[in-house]
Write a protein of this length. Structure first.
Length: 397
């Protein structure tokens, strides 16, 4: 039984008799029998109602208890789920922390690598900047030197340049006409048979046959020597920067003119000149020689260049184009200038040129420390002798 029921005083007994207290009350209270019965039934009804209420309360309490138990069970399930979620979140947090550490290390390594790359790139850029500054300074000095040469050569007046150019053109036209007329009258290579048929009456008046090698210093070539000297003086004193192809277009200093004249008149067109120290200066001297010979022999002249590497041959090609105003089309096996890396191939080409009634001019770069004997048989050759000090340094290395 419920505790609330045990606390409720019992007013009746099992057989329906009245309790002693109530009997005493009934005895003490003078009431009639009908009233007593009415009171007893009322008391019974109230007790029944009370019991019904107690039962309802007990049922309510039991239903509340069941509800609370269900709520507790669901709460325990939720707690278990929350705990599992908590563990999962803790695991995810640990994983994220680990990944964060790894990412931080990778980021720091990347930063260090990027810093090194930036430093190396800055160093390279600084070196390139210094190299470019040096190149710019050299170009500025060269530009200033060229401007100075132009000012000293042409007095900085465009009108004077035009007058000189026009005058030189007129002079060149007249000189070429005179040269053509003189060439028609001049017999450079008389036939040996005709000379043998003529009787030698006076031995002192007999002239020796002309050698196939041009001897620019001989008496019979004085007119040609005079023309060569005039051309050299013209290149030195009146340079024409916009002249026709195969004519020297660069400033010709006295030192260059002296070496060209020495090669023509002292060495007779066959000999070596000491290098000027740079391939550009050597190319300038060779261009003056080519220009003079082209003026004398025109298309019969075929220039053969010998150097031991394609890079040096490329320097010669660019230098001759710049100094003579010619194009790349003038270089080739059947053109005016041919480039060679070996002396054997050059000798074969020179022999063919001689057989074809052409005049080969052999030019040897200063990179060649020896001259092949097969080249010395030809009428015209110019070799640039290397600097002895440079050769000594190379041998020391």
């Amino acid at each position: 039984m419920n505790p609330d029921e045990s606390q409720t005083p019992e007013t009746t007994v099992a057989d329906g008799s009245v309790a002693p207290e109530e009997q005493s009350k009934a005895i003490n209270t003078p009431q009639s029998a009908p009233e007593a019965q009415t009171n007893t039934s009322a008391l019974l009804d109230s007790e029944v109602d009370f019991l019904a209420e107690l039962e309802q309360e007990i049922a309510q309490v039991e239903s509340d208890t069941d509800t609370n138990l269900a709520v507790m069970a669901s709460s325990e399930q939720q707690v278990a789920q929350l705990q599992s979620q908590k563990q999962a979140l803790q695991q995810e947090i640990a994983n994220l922390q680990t990944e964060s550490k790894v990412l931080k290390e990778q980021f720091s390594q990347t930063q260090r690598a990027m810093g090194q790359l930036v430093q190396e790139a800055l160093l390279q850029l600084e070196q390139r900047k210094q190299a470019l500054q040096i190149a710019v300074e050299q170009l500025e000095r060269r530009q200033e030197r060229i401007r100075t040469e132009m000012r000293t050569t042409f007095a900085g007046v465009s009108q004077e340049i035009a007058i000189r150019v026009q005058g030189f053109k007129d002079y060149l036209t007249g000189s070429l006409q005179d040269l053509a007329a003189a060439t028609e009258q001049l017999e450079l290579l008389p036939k040996a048979k005709e000379e043998q048929e003529k009787p030698a009456v006076k031995p002192k008046q007999i002239e020796t046959p002309a050698s196939p090698t041009p001897q620019f210093g001989e008496q019979r070539f004085q007119s040609t020597a005079k023309q060569i000297r005039n051309l050299i003086d013209e290149y030195r004193t009146r340079p024409d920067y916009y002249g026709p192809p195969w004519q020297l277009r660069r400033t010709f200093e006295p030192v260059h003119a002296e070496r060209v004249a020495n090669w023509f008149f002292t060495q007779g067109g066959r000999g070596a000149l000491r290098t000027m120290g740079s391939r550009l200066q050597n190319t300038l001297i060779a261009s003056a020689v080519i220009s003079v010979l082209y003026t004398l022999h025109e298309d019969r002249l075929q220039t053969l260049i010998l150097a031991n590497s394609p890079e040096r041959l490329g320097d010669w090609r660019r230098g001759l184009q710049d100094c003579l105003g010619i194009s790349r089309a003038d270089f080739g096996p059947e053109r005016g200038i041919v480039l060679f890396e070996t002396a054997e191939a050059l000798a074969v080409k020179a022999e063919r040129a001689v057989k074809a009634n052409q005049m080969p001019l052999i030019i040897v770069d200063d990179s060649e420390d020896k001259i092949s004997l097969s080249l010395l048989q030809f009428p015209l050759w110019l070799a640039f002798a290397p600097d002895p000090q440079r050769m000594t340094r190379e041998y020391e290395f």
